[in-house]
Design a protein around this ligand. Structure first.
Ligand code: NDP
Length: 449
């Protein structure tokens, strides 16, 4: 198994996040490899870590001052063994090939867990939508799609949103795809309702994460009612995580953006969440403004030199990291444990460093890894694809019921796989094993391609 890690590191020495994601899976699936020698002879791991295709392209666009800007665009088509490539687009200055490969790799297993026929992919750009006008974002999206459109399609590759790509960006991307391809088709998910979107898609990742947390707590005869919760991020996932937590009687007390975080000891309620949603989604403001409106809240600016994130220092029952990768380091994880947290449910992708995961598991914390806990988003994207193919729209209740059922099934699948391979209660091992088996069996069926 160390051979694979060595191979990946030698081939692409600078892709740290990708190495991290591969290591987590490779360690978890060791017992499966030992029981199935045919996987080794078919070089299944070597094939899994190599994307089926990587598209990298120049995106040149003009800003409002008439200046030409150049960004880099990517699409990593990782694995199509069980369906068309599926996974979001991320627009953030930190985006590079290594980060997108880690996200695409995770997506392969996540999508397999959803029970829906979706392969794995991810894409994006180092473009930063923050501080750009709507017309600049539109011109960038159009330039980005002018290359991407030839590589995607409803049966080939169906991108969606991720960090920095929400309803506005999906609209501009879809408009350009439609013009270039001359067809109106379900090539993107996360579309607005009146032109092919699904009800509950904006809510799905956050709601799904909270449903997964409820399932985990139920194994210990507990519920979210009355629980104090730390949430990070203030974007799509964090907002709908807080919405569902409030609905279930829990009390979210923190949220953040890249500039800093808010601690509101009294808790975010419905009215305060409406303020956050308007602030982030319409005014595109910073979380700092929340403390200017609500005097009981404390704002702490981010300190890039700090050795830990003080958001995770507060006393709480549950933690929902919902911002970005590696936002919980080992010290943060230890602080969470010391402060009595019983559950960590990852709305973000790979938000906990490997040493942090070990700390959670060693301390018997209910730890829901991103590829299981945040799979609600891509699941409803899958349901959006189904509705588009059928040219039908399901009601809010229908989609929410299906989402709940899928999260219930993912939870059960993780627990069963973990139990079967000797790690009872370890959701990370369970998620990796269950996703892995489904994908590699499909790859074996399809021959060496
Ligand atoms: P958004 O862009 O809507 O929100 C991201 C939030 O996280 C923002 O508040 C942003 O702050 C903050 N953030 C981003 N990068 C950093 C950073 N380096 N340090 C601190 N804060 C940061 O994205 P989403 O809510 O969609 O995504 C959040 C996470 O959830 C990501 O890991 C994503 O991959 C994952 N995810 C998303 C899904 C979805 O359906 N959208 C599905 C499954 C997983 P700021 O505004 O300052 O940038």
């Amino acid at each position: 198994m160390t051979d694979i890690l060595q191979l990946v590191k030698t081939k692409d020495p600078n892709e740290r996040e990708f190495h991290q994601a591969v290591m987590e899976v490779v360690v978890s699936i060791k017992p499966v490899m030992d029981r199935n020698p045919e996987y080794r002879s078919a070089k299944i791991l070597e094939r899994l870590v190599e994307p089926e295709r990587v598209i990298m392209f120049r995106v040149a666009w003009m800003d409002d001052q008439g200046q030409v800007n150049v960004n880099r665009g990517f699409r990593v088509e990782m694995n199509s063994a069980i369906g068309p490539y599926k996974g979001g687009l991320r627009f953030h200055p930190s985006v590079n090939l290594g980060i997108l490969k880690f996200l695409a790799f995770e997506q392969v297993f996540k999508n397999a867990l959803t029970t829906l026929p979706m392969g794995g992919g991810k894409g994006g750009s180092d473009f930063d939508p923050k501080g750009k006008s709507d017309t600049e974002v539109m011109r960038f999206c159009q330039a980005f799609m002018s290359e991407l459109f030839r590589h995607i399609g409803p049966n080939t590759d169906v991108p969606a949103g991720d960090i920095g790509v929400g309803a506005r960006e999906i609209g501009f991307l879809f408009g350009m795809y439609k013009k270039l391809a001359n067809e109106f088709t379900g090539v993107l998910t996360g579309k607005s309702l009146n032109w092919g979107g699904s009800l509950i898609r904006p809510e799905a990742t956050g709601y799904g994460s909270v449903y997964f947390a409820s399932e985990m707590l139920a194994t210990r005869n507990q519920s979210l009612e009355g629980k104090t919760c730390l949430v990070s991020g203030a974007g799509n996932v964090a907002q709908y995580t807080m919405e569902k937590l409030i609905e279930m009687g829990a009390k979210p007390v923190t949220f953040s953006d890249s500039s800093g975080y808010i601690y509101d000891e009294k808790g975010v309620d419905r009215a305060k969440l409406d303020f956050i949603m308007e602030l982030k989604n319409i005014k595109r403001g910073r979380v700092k403004e929340y403390a200017e409106k609500y005097s009981e809240a404390v704002y702490t600016p981010a300190d890039p030199n700090a050795d830990h994130n003080p958001l995770w220092d507060h006393k709480a029952d549950c933690a929902f990291p919902s911002a970005t990768q590696n936002e919980i380091n080992a010290k943060d994880a230890q602080n969470l444990v010391n402060n009595g947290v019983q559950l960590v449910c990852e709305g973000a992708n790979m938000p906990t460093v490997p040493e942090g995961i070990d700390i959670f598991i060693d301390n018997n914390i209910l730890y829901g890894p991103g590829k299981a806990a945040n799979a609600g988003g891509v699941s409803v994207s899958g349901l959006e694809m189904t509705q588009n193919s059928m040219r039908m729209s399901w009601t809010r209740q229908e989609v929410d019921d299906r989402l709940k059922l899928i999260m219930h099934s993912i939870h059960k699948t993780c627990l069963e796989a973990a139990e079967q391979y000797g790690h009872p209660g370890n959701y990370m091992v369970g998620a990796n094993i269950a996703g892995f088996i489904k994908v590699v069996n499909a790859m074996l069926d399809q021959g060496v391609v």
